[in-house]
Design a protein around this ligand. Structure first.
Ligand code: 5GP
Ligand code: ZN
Length: 111
């Protein structure tokens, strides 16, 4: 997808601090962290919204969650973490390539 910042990171055209990569996803540090640890888990395939998830993409999203769970201790997140998907304009989604925010490394206020 042209002019997609995450496609460019996936392709290595924009530098990023990658923490993990395999054939279908990449995990890298958010450039403007909202917590002590703030990572983004991004599928290599471009699609913008959950509403674009067919069965194959839904399975990919499941594998992304499983991978985050497996990798969490090695990412410094053994104490817990929060996953966020900003979906659409009202949620403040700024990059229209689906991504899961991974927040942690410190106590996270909820209430
Ligand atoms: P959204 O609001 O779309 O859910 O979040 C997009 C996230 O991508 C933001 O937290 C923002 O800081 C991050 N981001 C935007 N551009 C870049 C970039 O070029 N590199 C990295 N590492 N993160 C980015
Ligand atoms: Zn993209």
């Amino acid at each position: 997808m042209e002019n997609c910042v995450f496609c460019k990171i996936v392709a290595g055209e924009i530098p990023s601090s990658k923490r993990y990569e395999d054939e279908e996803l990449v995990i890298f540090e958010d450039i403007a962290p909202k917590a002590k640890i703030h990572l983004l888990c991004v599928p290599k395939e471009h699609f913008a919204l959950l509403s674009e998830a067919d069965d194959a993409r839904a399975a990919l999203l499941g594998r992304m969650l499983k991978k985050i769970g497996t990798l969490a201790p090695s990412l410094g997140l053994a104490g817990g973490y929060r996953l966020v998907v900003n979906q659409g304009e009202a949620a403040g989604q700024t990059v229209h390539h689906l991504h899961i925010h991974i927040l942690g490394g410190e106590p996270l206020p909820w209430e």
